[in-house]
Ligand binder design. Structure first.
Ligand SMILES: C[S@@+](CC[C@H](N)C(=O)[O-])C[C@H]1O[C@@H](n2cnc3c(N)ncnc32)[C@H](O)[C@@H]1O
Length: 218
């Protein structure tokens, strides 16, 4: 028991674990493939952290006009001109704090949610999705399990789940949590899922992150 406790590292405040750029790029590319075509895309990275990796690659990848909002519970320092709205020190889960530049919803929402409130992030994001919009989350595989969440996923199955291997590192030092595996999961709004998906079943694949990291075009 003593050994086990010594091995448990304290989690960073607000689950501040940045996503490696190649994973963010892979997820955003997938989102742009899944989202319903539109002349302009409204894009949001909630809980953007210090680097807003999903928003940054979105600005580089989109083939059409993009309005990008980023926000975080912690102070957001950004002088990038392509961010339409920067919500600094805003609680994404507090619906009273409407930090958005307008009342529009988003075509693409992508992030790596804080683990402790990942389900609440998922719920809030589904509320903020536009018709035809897509939500892409990098989550622990265990997020898709548990008695508490099973009924939620049964009623709102992800359209796609892509399991990552080898285990990615979010600590910035290459270290991994041996107890955790990760995936990217994608959801449509429930009514759109019925129209867009030919089958209500979730599509799954297994993604070799070494290939993703090595392939500049992935
Ligand atoms: C796992 S990190 C991901 C950061 C960034 N999206 C990335 O992928 O590198 C989670 C982020 O969510 C932020 N966060 C935690 N709770 C939040 C909340 N209630 N509202 C907004 N942001 C929150 C944390 O400050 C942290 O920056």
């Amino acid at each position: 028991m003593t050994i086990l406790l010594q091995n448990i590292k304290a989690r960073r405040e607000h689950d501040n674990y940045p996503t490696p750029a190649h994973i963010a790029k892979w997820v955003v590319e997938k989102c742009f493939k899944l989202v319903a075509p539109s002349t302009t895309y409204f894009f949001l990275e909630p809980g953007c952290g210090d680097r807003a990796p999903f928003a940054k690659v979105a600005s580089e990848l989109s083939d059409r006009p993009l309005l990008i909002d980023i926000m975080d519970l912690r102070p957001v320092v950004s002088n990038e001109i392509y961010y339409n709205m920067v919500g600094s020190e805003i609680d994404y889960l507090n619906e009273q704090q409407d930090w958005r530049s307008d009342k529009y919803k988003y075509d693409v929402i992508a992030t790596n949610p804080p683990f402790k409130v990942a389900l609440q992030f998922w719920k809030r994001s589904m509320q903020l999705l536009n018709h035809g919009g897509v939500l892409g989350l990098v989550v622990k595989l265990s997020f898709l399990a548990s008695k508490k969440r099973a009924e939620t996923w049964r009623s709102n199955p992800p359209a796609e789940v892509h399991v990552f291997y080898p285990r990615p590192s979010f600590s910035g030092d290459g270290g991994t949590d041996i107890a955790q595996e990760y995936c990217a999961a994608f959801w449509y709004r429930p009514e759109m899922a019925r129209i867009i998906c030919r089958s209500p079943l979730t599509t799954m694949s297994w993604v070799n992150l070494k290939e993703v990291e090595g392939n500049k075009n992935v």
